[in-house]
Design a protein around this ligand. Structure first.
Ligand SMILES: *[C@@H]1O[C@H](CO)[C@@H](O)[C@H](O)[C@H]1NC(C)=O
Length: 468
């Protein structure tokens, strides 16, 4: 099974149970989980500028297939890795691009999602390009690699530098043809990860008004002290800074009310996550976490979308049809975001207890009329979707249902209305009630009359007594 997958995962021989607690920047954090060190092999591209020197129409970048071998990646011990085999480099080929990376000093938390990706049929995007840090180191080449698991999982950007090749004494190591870099005996370019910026949530969706925590962290050499974090947001071609923080002066500037990073968490856990309270439609966009640590800089991109579910109700709430009159039944879909909403109107016949199970299923109403979208000041939208209802096409007891689908909803929201009795039977009811009332009044009137007669008689008697 595993061997069929496009990227193969190889456990280090015998899968020794090894903790890498020693490389954890803060041992006072959660107790270090027992990690197993494995190799992860990914299909990558080497992306270079200026691919089309000869043609002005060629793209500005060229791509070449490459292989990335991440050595000794810590994954939680419970991962079942028994079926993995050790990575076998292909026969020596100075044309091949195989990057073999030691990641112990800049680990990739959550790297196990790379292990699962291929068998979950998720694509892994892996791009390697040359990198130029602030401080040039002689005889050293640098690369930056961005890794992303499609549809969630970890996203990481790793800065890597070449490692000296120790070959046999007096023997010049062979060089990679394209990059002119010395190759190891197994034909790989040997790199060590120096710095890694990552997020566990490359895309986030949130309802309006809530607080959002955008995850961003980094790992790297122990001695990195000076750290600067900048958060930016890009939306519809406009970019702006959200926050800037520097650890040496412990100073932060927030350009968006309430935006914060926790400086203690940054210092202790290298956690640069951004806290944004009261999220608005205007906050939506592509967030970029840029971490500068010592000579290195790398960034992570997090897509943040608002998903606000609509409220759905019908106007009017009750409907009574009259012969020859067409009524408008409107489904009011209010205050949702984003714009894409789908509305279906159905009609199902009266469901009297006598109706057989073979009664026809709800039918879709073919003609739905839409208002234009109305946008509220908070950025949300409202829409009305109405149908015209006519007594000639439906009976009393017919139920009309409006169902609304929206990206924020796992299943459609519905609102229904059942037609009340038609006018005819209604008239009989009114007539009956009126009759009963009349009879009651009549009876009461009679009673009063009778009682009055009695009183008059008594008065007469009294008079008679006086006269006597
Ligand atoms: C940063 O801290 C928050 C809050 O404790 C946590 O949810 C998040 O996973 C942390 N992220 C990193 C990258 O350490």
């Amino acid at each position: 099974m595993y061997l069929k997958c496009a990227l193969s995962v190889c456990a280090v021989a015998l899968c020794a149970i090894l903790g890498i607690a020693g490389s954890d920047p803060d041992p006072s954090a959660d107790p270090p989980a027992v990690l197993r060190l494995v190799d992860i092999v990914l299909e990558c591209s080497l992306v270079e500028e200026g691919g089309g020197r000869l043609s002005m129409f060629a793209s500005a970048f060229s791509r070449q297939p490459a292989t990335l071998v991440l050595r000794k990646v810590g994954v939680p011990e419970h991962e079942t890795l028994d079926s993995y085999t050790e990575y076998q480099p292909p026969p020596f080929d100075p044309e091949a691009l195989i990057f073999e990376v030691e990641v112990t000093s800049a680990s990739i938390p959550g790297a196990e999602s790379l292990l699962h990706a291929d068998c979950n049929e998720q694509e892994v995007t892996c791009e390697i390009s040359q990198y130029y840090p602030q401080d040039e180191v002689p005889e050293t080449a640098w690369f930056i690699c961005s890794l992303q698991v499609e549809g969630g999982g970890v996203s990481a950007t790793m800065v890597m530098r070449t490692q000296p090749i120790t070959g046999e004494v007096g023997m010049e190591p062979q060089k990679q043809k394209k990059l002119d870099l010395p190759l190891s005996d197994s034909g790989t370019i040997q790199l060590a990860a120096q710095f890694n910026v990552f997020t566990s949530m490359p895309s986030v969706s949130t309802a309006l008004g809530g607080a959002v925590l955008l995850d961003c962290g980094f790992t790297g050499e122990q001695h990195i002290q000076e750290v600067q974090v900048e958060w930016r947001v890009q939306h519809k071609g406009n970019g702006r800074r959200v926050l800037h923080f520097r650890s040496d002066t412990n100073e932060g500037v927030s350009d968006r009310p309430g935006a914060q990073i926790d400086s203690a968490r940054l210092a202790a856990h290298r956690n640069a996550s951004l806290f944004l309270p009261g999220f608005r439609v205007a906050d939506e966009g592509t967030y970029i976490c840029i971490v500068t640590a010592g000579p290195y800089q790398a960034q992570q991109v997090i897509q943040v979308q608002v998903q606000e579910p609509p409220s759905v109700n019908l106007v009017p709430e009750a409907l009574q049809l009259q012969e020859g009159v067409t009524e408008r039944l409107s489904c009011e879909i209010n205050k949702y975001y984003p714009l894409d909403v789908q509305v279906v109107w159905t009609q199902s016949p009266s469901s009297s207890p006598s109706s057989s199970p073979s009664s026809p299923p709800p039918s879709h109403l073919p003609h739905i009329y839409f208002s234009s979208h109305r946008q509220h000041s908070d950025g949300t939208y409202s829409l009305s979707a109405y149908v015209l209802v006519n007594p000639s096409t439906c009976d009393a007891g017919t139920t009309f249902t409006c169902s609304v689908s929206h990206p924020s909803l796992s299943e459609p929201l519905t609102a229904s209305l059942t037609l009340t009795l038609p006018e005819e039977s209604r008239l009989w009811l009114i007539l009956g009630v009126s009759m009963a009332t009349l009879i009651f009044i009549f009876a009461a009137y009679k009673l009063v009359l009778q009682w009055n007669k009695g009183t008059v008689a008594k008065k007469g008697q009294l008079k008679n007594i006086k006269v006597n």
